[in-house]
Design a protein around this ligand. Structure first.
Ligand code: ZN
Length: 256
């Protein structure tokens, strides 16, 4: 019985995932028909903003996801597995159930955590919540797009010093609740020494080599991923000296 219900949830997740991927494919073709609702959106459509870099350099806030689709047509979407199914076969699940007390009693609701990125300096994470599984997943993607950030990449590993942007430019840390994530620059060829769900974030950010340390309750997966995201954000929030930029090969955002 439980097994059946769990299979239904996973089936729903897969259906939603396929639909979301299809819609993202279509978003590329439909971007011409986009009618912007925000001032920034209008500026983008009118060609007054030439690249997504300009949005961040000017400190504008992205309030409609189409802006991201406009500048990053090859955006990829992934989901963090938030749990395991109950029953004999423990299969990874995208959504996690959260019970909420309402006037009518306990009503189950779902959360999903999406990661979006171009594999080249832009990554976003978003949490979606709904009474409906596909809707929670769609909301998560939308939020992840709105939360997209440029990531600073470089070669911060003294053992390597190749000057190419294959790792993080320096040690960065992010903390959410009791969970702390630290990314340490690693030499070329090290790969991503991190748990699989964190790797999804690093791959979509375009980081090839890194070491990771973590502290606290990393089983709290939402906080774990958020802490990793905050750490990546730190690659941009640094008073960076010009000669450091030159020496480490630090570059931010999209690299051609
Ligand atoms: Zn290097």
């Amino acid at each position: 019985m439980v097994e059946n219900e769990e299979n239904k949830i996973i089936e729903k997740e897969n259906e939603a995932l396929n639909k979301i991927q299809e819609e993202q494919e279509e978003a590329k073709e439909k971007i011409g028909e986009w009618i912007p609702k925000t001032r920034l959106g209008k500026m983008v459509k009118e060609g007054k903003i030439g690249s997504i870099e300009q949005i961040f350099l000017n400190g504008y806030k992205i309030l409609e996801p189409e802006i991201v689709d406009f500048f990053i047509p090859d955006l990829k979407i992934d989901f963090i597995r938030l749990g395991l199914s109950i029953g004999k076969y423990r299969r990874p699940k995208i959504v996690k159930m959260v019970r909420r007390k309402t006037a009518e009693g306990d009503k189950p609701s779902w959360v999903a955590l999406a990661v979006v990125g171009n594999g080249n300096g832009y990554v976003g994470v978003g949490l979606g919540k709904s009474y409906d599984i596909p809707l929670a997943m769609q909301k998560a993607v939308r939020k992840a797009k709105l939360n997209i950030i440029p990531v600073g990449r470089g070669c911060g590993a003294w053992e390597c010093a190749c000057g190419n942007p294959h790792s993080v430019p320096f040690k960065v840390r992010g903390k959410v609740g009791s969970v702390e994530v630290v990314f340490i620059p690693a030499p070329l060829g090290t790969g991503l020494v991190a748990p699989d769900e964190i790797k999804k974030l690093l791959v979509l950010a375009g980081i090839k080599d890194v070491w990771m340390q973590s502290f606290g309750q990393t089983r709290r997966r939402i906080n774990f991923i958020r802490a990793a995201f905050l750490a990546l954000k730190q690659t941009m929030e640094y008073g960076i000296k010009q000669d450091y930029v030159r020496l480490s090969g630090l570059r931010f955002g999209f690299i051609q």
